[in-house]
Write a protein that binds this ligand. Structure first.
Ligand SMILES: Cc1ncc(COP(=O)(O)O)c(C=O)c1O
Length: 452
């Protein structure tokens, strides 16, 4: 990274202009501080005041290859000089979109054959929900309109994707949401109170079966789920959950949409979490890690059966201006090249396991109820009491204290502290992360106050 060039006065002016002009998602009005990032290199970030941070979230859970890769910038510049953009509607296409679709199908789980590009995750889930309804419509089952989703799911903020999102807070003030969406209980093994002491998979499967019976299978288009729930707090389901859900849905002709917006492109140490769980979804929604965030892009991957129904006779009747954006696709190809060349799937598995093992030593602290994760998706669930497992919510939150005191970017999801670092994180950076987080959490008391 270069030497900082801003003075503190510049930084304050920028913060004031930001406060005057920008509408930030989810920012509490009482927060006046702004953290204005200027540059990044690998897992390191530096803000306009010259403060350095270790990025343990990859921004919003992407940055697979880390920040500041000149190689990707060069590819984008070359593609922009040749053909920055053209549409993919009707018969139009471009070389990079074709190459990327081919590449995605080659690494995707068995059964995936075609690709529909978007600009991000919410757009992808919007498209997937429409695809599911349209698939049944074209097969003569227009009554299949219902979408099953899960409580505590996050699928984005459109009206379809947002309705599938299972946190009431994301719906408040925006209603009415999409009709015909039903949320069921997700398997969260640590929260055994959700399952009346029963086995989580058994409980969830029974509830799912009852829900299908109640609505009527002939009225249900699809079930959508994150293979590992991110925003809920990196909830890893029992190994038998997804295979059994898949089996049940197939028996009723209900499509399975995997929202792999976070999990795809190496986060679990596999290209897709579908492969980790040994499940073949009908539709896989991806975004984020496809470009490591260097350009906005998403890709919805579909099985041949779904693609055939959608595109038979005429093209799928919806599209985005940026479908198959050549520069974004070129960047995605360069990003996938790096993941492959630098063996980042293997690195995600080994560094993820190393982080998990080291973080597990924090379970000796009274406030850490559980440490869990797969690959580079990790969480610490904070509790005020390990026996009652009462969630521990603190002010200021751990993410603020970690940033101010230890230069660490981590994130609070409710009472969970979640980590999703670049897959390229080194062992010494992983040590720095665990040591920094340990020093922060050791100062947190079970009553939610901080030791000075
Ligand atoms: C699982 C999941 N799905 C969908 C989305 C929405 O993606 P986007 O913010 O690109 O619209 C997110 C964003 O974090 C996500 O975590």
């Amino acid at each position: 990274m270069t030497e900082p060039s801003s003075t503190l006065a510049d930084a304050e002016t920028l913060a004031r202009r930001d406060r005057d002009l920008l509408i930030h998602p989810y920012l509490s009005g009482s927060v006046k501080e702004r953290v204005i990032m200027r540059e990044g290199d690998g897992c390191r970030l530096r803000d306009v005041e010259g403060r350095e941070y270790l990025d343990a979230t990859g921004g919003l859970w992407l940055a697979q290859v880390g920040h500041g890769r000149q190689e990707i910038a060069d590819v984008a510049a070359a593609q922009m000089s040749q053909l920055e953009y053209f549409m993919s509607f009707w018969e139009f296409s471009n070389e990079r979109a074709i190459e990327l679709a081919e590449r995605l199908v080659s690494i995707a789980p068995d059964g995936i054959r075609r690709v529909f590009f978007t600009s991000g995750g919410s757009e992808g889930n919007e498209a997937a929900i429409k695809m599911a309804r349209y698939y049944h419509h074209r097969r003569g089952e227009s009554n299949r309109t219902w979408i099953l989703a899960r409580h505590q799911a996050y699928h984005g903020i459109g009206y379809g994707s947002g309705s599938a999102t299972g946190f009431p807070i994301y719906h408040e003030g925006f209603g009415p949401m999409l009709p015909d969406v039903r949320h069921v209980t997700p398997p969260w093994p640590y929260r055994s109170e959700l399952f009346d002491g029963q086995d989580p998979t058994e409980f969830c499967l029974r509830e799912l079966e009852q829900t299908i019976e109640e609505i009527g299978a002939h009225r249900i288009a699809a079930m959508i789920g994150e293979p590992i729930m991110g925003v809920a707090g990196m909830i890893v389901p029992p190994a038998d959950y997804w295979p059994r859900v898949r089996e049940l849905l197939s028996a009723h002709g209900i499509l399975l949409i995997f929202d792999e917006v976070v999990t795809a492109y190496g986060r679990t140490g596999n290209w897709f979490a579908s492969q980790y769980f040994g499940v073949q979804p009908d539709v896989i929604v991806t975004a984020k890690g496809i470009t490591s965030g260097y350009m906005p892009l998403g890709a919805v991957l579909v099985s041949e059966a779904v693609a055939e129904a959608l595109a038979r006779d005429h093209g799928f009747p919806m599209g985005y201006t940026y479908n198959g954006h050549p520069t974004a696709c070129a960047v995605a190809l360069a990003n996938l090249d790096i993941i492959e060349r630098e063996s980042l799937l293997e690195q995600a598995r080994s560094t993820g396991q190393y982080l998990l093992d080291r973080l597990r030593s924090l379970e000796s602290l009274p406030i850490v109820g559980e440490v869990r994760g797969v690959g580079m998706m990790l969480a610490l669930e904070l509790v005020s009491d390990r026996d009652s497992r009462e969630p521990l919510l603190v002010t200021p939150p751990v993410e603020d204290v970690a940033r101010h005191d230890a230069g660490l970017i981590v994130r609070n999801c409710g009472h969970n502290v979640v980590l999703s670092p670049p897959l390229s994180m080194t062992r010494s950076e992983a040590d720095e992360l665990v040591d920094g987080l340990t020093s922060v959490l050791e100062r947190l008391r079970p009553d939610g106050t901080w030791l000075d």
